[in-house]
Unconditional design. Structure first.
Length: 265
């Protein structure tokens, strides 16, 4: 909670006062009332730690959101299935796919910036369950700054920073666990399923009870009547008149046309 408050630079006792206030609140309050404990803790920081920071602060999401981010990166970068299976087994080869995947993940999760590099304050906040002050040490900042000027490649910079600088801090290699979960989901989703539907047959098959061999007979041919738009048709059967000799007569029922013949629309 301390990142939401700005202490006075001349105050050297703010941490001790805040710790005493928090301890007293736990002793006199109901430990089963989470809402009241949260409020009392907030008031201790507000009264003894410093002024409330007016700017928006980074708030870490749960791990399921990180898994979705990693899965999106794998899809966007089109990571090969062979690499996904390696990630699923907990193996992360030093390959261009792995390096750029890490860059994409840290970039989208707000922990890395193209212009300024890693944000150690946000890395520290992300691991609030196991806070590690080494994130904020000058040694960590120096190592990260040296990597920015030596690699010339952001994917390599992110990979080496994760492997050699802060991978073991806070929750050790938590990003590897996230990538493993994302790869597992993608490999399972990509399982190929053969289609079971077949095309409709064009013939009719009938099987008699006296033999085990089916007999196939062609479907009976049906006569199709053609009703052309604004063409003269027979009033009796509906067939269109054919007049190769100039006489309008029906070739089926031999009915002749009349000046008042119907038009079918």
């Amino acid at each position: 909670m301390e990142r939401f408050f700005q202490p006075d630079p001349l105050d050297v006792e703010y941490e001790n006062r805040t710790a005493v206030c928090l301890q007293q609140g736990l002793m006199r309050g109901d430990t089963s009332d989470c809402c009241n404990l949260a409020y009392e803790s907030f008031m201790c920081y507000l009264q003894h730690y410093g002024n409330l920071v007016p700017c928006p602060q980074f708030y870490p999401e749960d791990e399921s959101r990180d898994v979705r981010i990693a899965r999106d990166c794998m899809n966007v970068l089109q990571v090969p299935e062979q690499m996904l299976r390696a990630y699923r087994n907990g193996n992360f080869p030093d390959a261009p796919e792995t390096r750029c995947l890490l860059r994409c993940f840290f970039l989208r999760s707000g922990l890395y910036s193209v212009d300024t590099g890693f944000d150690v304050e946000r890395l520290y906040t992300r691991d609030f369950e196991q806070p590690d002050k080494r994130y904020l040490s000058s040694d960590t900042r120096t190592k990260l700054q040296e990597l920015r000027g030596s690699t010339g490649d952001q994917c390599t910079e992110v990979y080496l920073a994760y492997r050699d600088v802060f991978g073991e801090l806070g929750r050790p290699f938590v990003t590897g666990r996230v990538l493993k979960a994302a790869a597992t989901g993608l490999v399972l989703c990509d399982t190929h399923v053969e289609p079971t539907t077949t095309g409709c047959p064009t013939t009719t098959t009938t099987t008699t009870s006296t033999t085990s061999t089916p007999t196939t007979t062609a479907a009976p041919e049906t006569t199709t009547l053609f009703f052309n738009y604004k063409e003269l048709n027979c009033q009796n059967c509906g067939r269109m008149f054919l007049s190769p000799t100039g006489r309008l007569s029906c070739c089926k029922c031999m009915k002749s046309s009349t000046p008042f013949g119907k038009y079918f629309f």
